[in-house]
Design a protein around this ligand. Structure first.
Ligand code: PAF
Length: 307
């Protein structure tokens, strides 16, 4: 048993896992990039049906010299590379690094930047969002909206490593996946169909099913996603994408997608690592994807204007 994890990127999902690890008796330290004070503890408040967790976790600063044995990284996709290089001096080939981030494309970047490091990819359907929007305050306040399922894996590693026993103790359900690439692609595919449209039309996920003009667009996106998935060898996603997207829209009908939340908060979106990555794969296999290209370009324009 490891019992010692650092969390880099304690936003909604990172904080949820930090709280869950702490509650499972694991020593959990938040890594802090921008904190000005050196001695305060990381205060988290997580509301869920059935109670509220208020926790004070130790904080470690990126420039501390101490080695990190186990790291969970949960930043935005476009921050992954810089975030990891900021603490590169605290990691080595024996560190275990789990990357739980929306989108795809950054693993390739990390493997080329840090060829000796051991990376595990992860994807989750757990739901969590920030309740207080003042990111300057030390206390971070979140709502835990659903347990979902968190899937972890390493290409070519069928059996879970020893440290995975820590994750099995969490109240959040976690599984080790033999074929994590399929899971990551499936999540990417669902995000491609939901996130850009919901952000462009500033609507909750459910409206993508109830407004006929939007449900037609969802269908067009899914048709293209099915073709690219088939060409890229993701047969199951290709067969299931229409059904999967319908189910996610139904199950998350009252949610604002992460991309809509980013655009409403005038933050950069993860467009380059969601639709952008998808279009790169489509080009690789010479599949025409005009609907996905159009939504990618619309979100890029919003990102450029900071809207
Ligand atoms: O990115 C998101 O918001 C979520 O992955 C999903 C499934 C689209 C639900 O809102």
């Amino acid at each position: 048993m490891t019992k010692d994890w650092h969390i880099l990127g304690a936003g909604a999902i990172g904080s949820l896992f930090a709280a869950s690890m702490h509650n499972a008796g694991i020593t959990t330290t938040l890594l802090c990039r921008r904190c000005s004070k050196r001695d305060h503890l990381g205060e988290l408040c997580i509301e869920r049906s059935g109670g509220t967790d208020e926790l004070s976790l130790p904080v470690s600063f990126n420039d501390d010299p101490h080695a990190i044995s186990h790291l969970l990284l949960t930043t935005k996709a476009y921050d992954v590379r810089t975030a990891l290089s900021d603490i590169g001096h605290r990691l080595d080939h024996s560190s275990h690094i789990v990357i739980l981030v929306n989108g795809m494309g950054f693993m390739e970047e990390l493997r080329s930047d840090f060829p000796d490091f051991q990376f595990t990819a992860a994807t989750t359907t757990a739901g969590s969002y920030r309740l207080n929007t003042n990111t300057e305050t030390d206390q971070r306040h979140f709502c835990h909206a659903g347990n979902g399922l968190t899937r972890l894996g390493q290409t070519g590693q069928q059996e879970p490593p020893a440290w995975f026993s820590d994750w099995e103790e969490l109240t959040l359900p976690c599984t080790w996946e033999e074929n994590i690439e399929d899971c990551l692609w499936q999540k990417l595919a669902v995000n491609c169909a939901i996130n850009p449209l919901s952000a462009m039309h500033r609507c909750k996920n459910g409206e993508l099913a109830t407004r006929p003009e939007l449900s037609n667009l969802v269908r067009q996106l899914c048709d293209e996603i099915a073709q690219v998935s088939l060409a890229a060898g993701f047969r199951e996603t290709s067969m299931e994408i229409h059904r999967l997207v319908k189910e996610v829209i139904r199950d998350t009908r009252n949610n604002r997608s992460s991309m809509l939340q980013d655009t409403l908060a005038r933050r950069r979106t993860e467009n380059d690592y969601i639709s952008g990555y998808f279009l790169k794969v489509a080009r690789q296999f010479n599949v025409e994807t005009p609907a996905n290209k159009a939504v990618f370009e619309s979100i890029s324009r919003l990102d450029q204007r900071g809207e």
